[in-house]
Design a protein. Structure first.
Ligand SMILES: Cc1cc2nc3c(=O)[nH]c(=O)nc-3n(C[C@H](O)[C@H](O)[C@H](O)COP(=O)(O)O)c2cc1C
Length: 437
């Protein structure tokens, strides 16, 4: 019988939780404990990985000021995801932990050493969400006046990945001899400088730490533009995507797999995870009401607009809520997320775009109902798309303990009952779990 299982990931950010809601944790996640417990809950539900978002700026795009962003705590304040990934990894045994780090922010040598170290600390469960950054404000924190154009960012990132690969391979698998009698820890003939000299980077190597359990971390990527898709298809172990319905999911997956083949890769080595935001309750009616309450909450529209403004460098406060957008908007930032949001050609007003799309940013397909109904639908969707899994999140990434429990103890058991997801981990390391089916 064919294996119909698919993979599960979770996408969150290290910002305050659902701090205005009665079931929130209160808005003070700064010691990491809330999110560490979240990781443990996801491990109980046998998720492949938890992925921590990151941005490197305090946005002032919305209304030309940081006021709305800071008042609502959308996107900032935010802690660094890397220490949290370590803490989550040390508090779990099987769950993969993925941190976002930008090629704009770290020189390749530091990135390779840091991610290799975390892979060792987590015994082979670390993943790196490879981003090039997409905002002028982020670029201005790293000595640039504005963000380089997308194609140049990806050209630099391709060379960056090349350097990373060389650094990870600068230690042969058998370089650590650990021969106590002969007094040899590492064999210097099996540790090689890389002497990389390219267009953008010059790195001598070798890495000054040992080869990590996975050899290199799992690479996660979210390229959406043609250039971004090439980058993802060339490098990624897992690709996260926001699509608009089953057909667009299928088209995206087919396209990535074709690109991967053209680079000589086995497309089955790439697990494509589609963002979803399931809304669950005891009856379908209750779930629909819950969804309606969420989009009608007084702050929902502003939260969504602040967040989309931050990642597109576009000020959405200047567009009237009850009129359609003036035309197709274009950004040097996250164009894929923008296109999903603006649903160009739909004729919808800005308010409808936010409400109908429940934020529009993150759900590839609508999933509202009982755990059994949603589980059934997820199975159908993956069967039609061909694979490979879902990345669960919420419209503005905020999470409450209650929502986590609905997923981990309501939806996941319903999926397990249908044989759609794993009910036990079969491997110790993240890449192996991703490739298990
Ligand atoms: C699910 C998802 C998560 C993402 N997470 C981040 C992130 O944490 N930080 C970031 O700078 N960009 C993030 N991005 C943006 C992507 O890295 C990428 O810039 C975007 O998808 C647009 O693709 P393009 O660069 O090919 O236009 C994310 C995108 C998606 C779909």
């Amino acid at each position: 019988m064919p294996d119909k299982r698919f993979h599960l990931g979770w996408f969150m950010n290290f910002t305050p939780d659902e701090w205005r809601e009665p079931f929130g944790q209160g808005g003070t996640p700064w010691d990491g404990q809330f999110y560490i417990e979240m990781a443990q809950t996801l491990e109980r539900a046998c998720f492949d990985y938890i992925m921590i978002e990151d941005k490197l700026m305090v946005s002032d795009n919305y209304g030309g000021s940081t006021e709305a962003g800071l008042r609502t705590a959308m996107m900032a304040p935010k802690h660094d995801p890397v220490p949290l990934a370590v803490a989550m990894g040390m508090a779990t045994q099987r769950l993969g932990v993925v941190a976002t780090m930008s090629t704009l922010g770290y020189p390749p040598f530091l990135m390779a050493r840091l991610s290799s170290t975390i892979d060792s600390l987590t015994k082979g469960r670390f993943g790196w969400n490879v981003v090039t950054s997409a905002e002028n404000l982020a670029a201005q924190n790293f000595g640039l006046d504005k963000l380089p154009p997308r194609d140049l960012r990806y050209e630099m990132a391709d060379e960056y990945m090349d350097v990373m690969g060389k650094l990870f391979d600068s230690w042969d698998e058998d370089a650590v001899v650990l021969d106590r009698e002969a007094g040899i820890y590492a064999d210097h003939t099996r540790v090689h400088p890389i002497h990389h000299e390219g267009k953008f980077f010059k790195v001598r190597g070798p890495l000054n730490t040992i080869r990590s359990p996975q050899g290199r971390p799992v690479y996660v990527q979210a390229g959406a533009s043609p250039r971004g898709r090439d980058f993802a298809a060339r490098h990624a172990d897992s690709i996260v995507s926001i699509a608009s319905g089953v057909e667009s999911m299928k088209a995206f997956r087919t396209d990535i797999r074709e690109r991967a083949k053209s680079f000589g890769r086995n497309p089955d080595d790439i697990k494509i995870m589609f963002c979803i935001t399931p809304v669950l309750d005891e009856t379908e009616q209750l779930a629909k009401e819950k969804q309606r309450r969420m989009v009608e909450a007084p702050y929902f529209i502003e939260d969504v607009l602040v967040s989309i403004s931050a990642i597109t460098d576009i000020d959405f406060s200047k567009y009237p809520l009850d009129e359609p957008l003036p035309g197709r908007l274009v950004t040097n930032g996250e164009q894929g997320s923008l296109d999903k949001f603006q649903n160009f050609g739909s004729g919808k007003t800005l308010r409808q775009l936010v409400v109908d799309g429940a934020g529009g940013l993150v759900s590839s397909v609508e999933l509202i109902g009982t755990p059994d109904q949603v589980a059934e639908r997820m199975g159908e969707v993956i069967e039609q798309v061909g694979g490979d899994g879902f990345l669960i999140t919420t419209p503005v990434l905020r999470v409450s303990r209650r929502y986590l429990v609905e997923i981990a103890d309501g939806l996941v058991p319903a999926l397990q009952k249908r044989g759609l997801v794993r009910n036990a981990y079969t491997h110790a390391m993240l890449r192996d779990n991703l490739r298990a089916f």
